[in-house]
Design a protein around this ligand. Structure first.
Ligand code: B12
Ligand SMILES: *[C@@H]1O[C@H](CO)[C@@H](O)[C@H](O)[C@H]1NC(C)=O
Ligand SMILES: *[C@@H]1O[C@H](CO)[C@@H](O)[C@H](O)[C@H]1NC(C)=O
Ligand SMILES: *[C@@H]1O[C@H](CO)[C@@H](O)[C@H](O)[C@H]1NC(C)=O
Ligand SMILES: *[C@@H]1O[C@H](CO)[C@@H](O)[C@H](O)[C@H]1NC(C)=O
Length: 421
């Protein structure tokens, strides 16, 4: 059922196929159409040089009937470059994303000619070997989900029993204090692809059932699943697994409405916009191999609506607490209180503390598609080799945003805590 052509008034033609009984949105207000257009705008105007943005945007644009030749060419070249580097440093998950992006962009010849699926299988095998040897993958289970999804969609070879075993629900894989909805949802998509190509493998279906059950438990009263940034991925997982739960278990309309309500402010980065986008059209990564690869010039009208947001300007200062804790050795703990202008970010608090005491609060960051990633504090470096990271918390709760995105409030008890993952 074609539900709507949401964006036609602004010149976009978007075809959305919601699973009819789950998320039957027949009326979308013009404000919401504008919001989808805003996400597209954020994606196509990105000039951040990160290959994960390029691949995610190409995947998202697959579901838009409108073409953006300039952006598509730039992103595609970036993906090709990343692939042709043949760099061992390209992680398995990024390589998988690149292959999915090539598929979305109808570049299947490249995949065949350069035997890229075989290369991905090798990278995936290296992850599995690491699990056998060290008890954890080279990267993360999230990336293993990307690997299996791409290998499966591109008809690579794999053993269903090994995959069932790999994604079985146990704490090491999906929990880092909390259940990772992102990781669980991606595993569901990967396992569902495998299940569709190899029906009746009991263990695969059992994994899916347990993961779906776990994801349903993360639905908040307002419809958000996990946090706002995992909701799109979780929606994709629930779209393809409706046989595993009852209609009353998930009010899809509520979830969709709430995500739309968070546009634009929560999705101002191209990476967040492109990750949430497919679900808002009722699409999933399993649809990447469907649909035509013929170009459809459509009506080229790129006028983009703007939503004006008033950001309150105030001179008021607020005071927050801030502490740095090495939770691994328990050897280091230092706290302070700083005053920052209202509306400041976590990063501003860290800078203020650093000015006061370079030794205790000095820090370094590395830029990424999600903004700055905190790499060291007080001279203590986090390391992916030791699987440690500087975790961000407020009032003892882990944050769902990075230091450059989280806005602090009066009285907050902020913390950076060296932790394991
Ligand atoms: C695995 C993972 C981690 C691992 C990364 C370990 C590793 N070496 O791979 C660890 C546990 C370290 C981690 C940490 C954090 N993460 Co994280 N992480 C993920 C997850 C599940 C998968 C990332 C991935 O493998 N991508 C695939 C590969 C191919 O892409 P990549 O670009 O190479 O991935 C790198 C970045 O994603 C980066 N990264 C991971 N998380 C974050 C968060 C921030 C703010 C930054 C700047 C970078 C970053 O680490 C990856 C490896 O280098 C994503 C979910 C998602 N939707 O992407 C969340 C996610 C990206 N993380 C998130 C968050 C909030 C955090 C933390 C801020 C949590 C916290 N309270 O401390 C911290 C970062 C703190 C800091 N030091 O600045 C959010 C970001 C939301 C947002 N709008 O910013 C996401 C979307 C999860 C969510 N739904 O909340 N994360
Ligand atoms: C593009 O669409 C907008 C909004 O519908 C319209 O006002 C404008 O005239 C169109 N521009 C062109 C070149 O078609
Ligand atoms: C994978 O195999 C299926 C069934 O044989 C086929 O329809 C599909 O086109 C193949 N996909 C790719 C990307 O090769
Ligand atoms: C689902 O949520 C929407 C929006 O919050 C609400 O209007 C609707 O009544 C809910 N439907 C069901 C079946 O609970
Ligand atoms: C807030 O702090 C700044 C810098 O410390 C200072 O210049 C300003 O006067 C303060 N504003 C108020 C309202 O106290």
């Amino acid at each position: 059922m074609r539900v709507s052509q949401w964006l036609s008034p602004v010149g976009f033609l978007l075809f959305s196929l919601f699973p009819a009984h789950l998320c039957n949105i027949c009326e979308v207000s013009s404000k919401e159409k504008d919001k989808l257009a805003l996400l597209i705008n954020t994606m196509v105007n990105s000039n951040d040089p990160y290959s994960s943005i390029a691949s995610h945007v190409l995947m998202a644009l697959k579901f838009v009937d409108q073409h953006y030749p300039k952006a598509e060419t730039t992103f595609l070249n970036q993906v090709k470059l990343n692939i042709m580097q043949c760099d061992d440093a390209v992680t398995s998950g990024q390589f998988a994303l690149d292959l999915l992006a090539l598929t979305a962009a109808c570049q299947t010849c490249i995949i065949k000619d350069y035997e890229l699926v075989k290369k991905l299988e090798q990278k995936f095998q290296a992850e599995v070997d690491s699990i056998d040897k060290h008890g954890h993958p080279l990267t993360t289970y999230y990336q293993l989900g990307l690997d299996v999804l791409a290998i499966c969609l591109l008809n690579g070879t794999y053993s269903t029993s090994k995959i069932a075993d790999l994604f079985s629900v146990d704490s090491k894989k999906y929990y880092n204090e909390q259940f990772s909805v992102d990781t669980g949802a991606l595993a569901v998509l990967a396992l569902t692809c495998v299940d569709r190509k190899n029906p009746d493998v009991k263990e695969i279906r059992n994994d899916i059932r347990m993961l779906v059950e776990r994801i349903l438990k993360e639905i908040k009263p307002d419809g958000i699943i996990g946090n706002i940034y995992s909701t799109g991925r979780a929606m994709q997982a629930l779209f393809v697994t409706s046989q595993y739960y009852k209609e009353k278990d998930w009010n899809c309309t509520k979830t969709l409405q709430n995500v739309l309500n968070h546009i634009p402010e929560a999705f101002h980065r191209p990476i967040t916009a492109s990750q949430v986008f497919p679900a808002l059209l009722g699409k999933t990564y399993l649809d990447l191999t469907h649909g035509s690869c013929q170009s459809n010039p459509g009506d080229l009208n790129n006028s983009v609506p703007t939503i004006t947001e008033s950001t309150p300007q105030s001179q008021e200062n607020i005071s927050v607490k801030y502490q740095v804790v090495d939770f691994i050795t328990k050897d280091f703990k230092k706290s302070t209180e700083v005053s920052v202008p209202k509306g400041s970010f976590f990063l501003n608090v860290m800078e203020k503390a650093q000015e006061k005491d370079q030794k205790a609060f000095g820090f370094t960051t590395k830029s990424s598609e999600w903004g700055p990633y905190v790499t060291s504090v007080a001279g203590i470096e986090a390391s992916s080799k030791d699987r440690t990271y500087w975790q961000l918390l407020n009032n003892d709760q882990p944050l769902s945003q990075g230091v450059a995105d989280f806005v602090v409030s009066k009285g907050d008890k902020l913390e950076v805590r060296l932790s394991r993952y």
